[in-house]
Design a protein around this ligand. Structure first.
Ligand code: DGY
Length: 323
């Protein structure tokens, strides 16, 4: 049997590309920058692709999906988030969409914890000061942050990543609160306090960590009104999707001191970020590193290939379908 053809829209880790090349005829994108919709369609057409292995930066909107050749049966995204793919358009074309749940939960929770620690202990400002040769020596009141022990962490979106963060934060002595569509099971809930209302949730926490998906339903979830519900001096971090935060409102709250600090790993319109963020000192900025560990990125790639294998090699249902 001849090998199925798959389009790789980005460069992927070596082990992932090696397995893809062993089992498929691959159409590569040597540039390692996101392909435009037109480029994806043209490459899929030219090579007769049966599958597309894509990543979060690729805009697989309704128009692009509508123009894909008939040969395409599956889009396997190298991400847990799927807001870059128009799922109804894919369903209308009969194209399966799969993602990579579970394997990136711990890595992403680590980045959330890193942002919480860095924001609370002013790590960004401190690092910039030392690097700029502006450190004049130890001083009793220099760059004082806040201790995490006994602080209340509010986790918005208590899925796998939120639960991994809860485990880590308990190690720092934090009390865990959460807001989620579904409640945790009774055993887990003994160690986490559920809230059904935004005001009670936001009003009773010191740190908010956001883990909700992107898309129309969550756009600007953290707006000026909800920021005002947080106690003065609260910290906000986001490792979900940048579109869930109203950038101007966040910047204003950091400037006024209503928020002590914030940390962002995700942004609306990446890699371009809201202009005000560049000059906000009490804000830690990371370039969407949530899942960026060697172990995790390999596992994500293998998960994509497992999905492609099921559909294209065995004519079976993929293990991680979306929708
Ligand atoms: C995801 O998997 O959704 C991460 O944000 C990486 O894209």
């Amino acid at each position: 049997m001849s090998k199925p053809v798959i389009l790789l829209t980005r460069r992927f880790p070596d082990a992932v590309e090696a397995r893809a090349q062993r089992d498929y005829v691959t159409i590569p994108n040597p540039a390692d920058t996101p392909m435009s919709g037109g480029e994806i369609v043209a490459a899929a057409e030219r090579g007769g692709a049966a599958g597309i292995l894509c990543a979060a930066g690729d805009a697989l909107d309704a128009q692009t999906i509508g123009r894909l050749p008939e040969s395409v049966r599956i889009i396997a995204t190298f991400s847990v988030g799927t807001d870059h793919i128009d799922l109804p358009a894919a369903a209308a074309r009969g194209i399966l969409v799969t993602n990579t749940p579970d394997v990136l939960s711990v890595a992403t929770a680590e980045i959330a914890m890193l942002l919480i620690l860095t924001a609370a202990r002013r790590g960004g400002e401190a690092e910039r000061m030392v690097r700029a040769r502006e450190w004049t020596g130890w001083a009793p009141t220099q760059l004082m942050g806040v201790t995490l022990e006994n602080k209340r962490l509010g986790i918005l979106g208590m899925g796998r990543i939120g639960q991994a963060l809860a485990r880590m934060a308990r190690g720092f002595g934090m009390e865990i609160h959460y807001r989620n569509r579904n409640r945790l099971g009774p055993a887990e809930e003994q160690a986490a306090i559920h809230h059904a209302e935004d005001a009670a949730f936001l009003g009773g926490i010191d740190v908010l960590s956001m883990h909700i998906p992107g898309g129309a339903a969550t756009r600007n979830w953290l707006n000026a009104e909800r920021i005002a519900m947080l106690p003065r001096g609260a910290i906000v971090v986001n490792t979900g999707r940048g579109t869930t935060v109203d950038d101007a409102a966040l910047c204003a709250a950091l400037a006024s001191g209503h928020l002590r600090a914030a940390g962002l790993d995700v942004f609306a319109g990446e890699p371009n970020i809201y202009e005000g963020y560049h000059t906000t000192p009490n804000l830690v900025l990371l370039p969407h590193l949530g899942s960026a560990t060697v172990e995790t990125r390999d596992a994500m790639g293998f998960r994509c290939l497992d999905n492609l294998d099921a559909v294209l090699q065995r004519n079976a249902a993929p293990p991680h379908p979306v929708g």
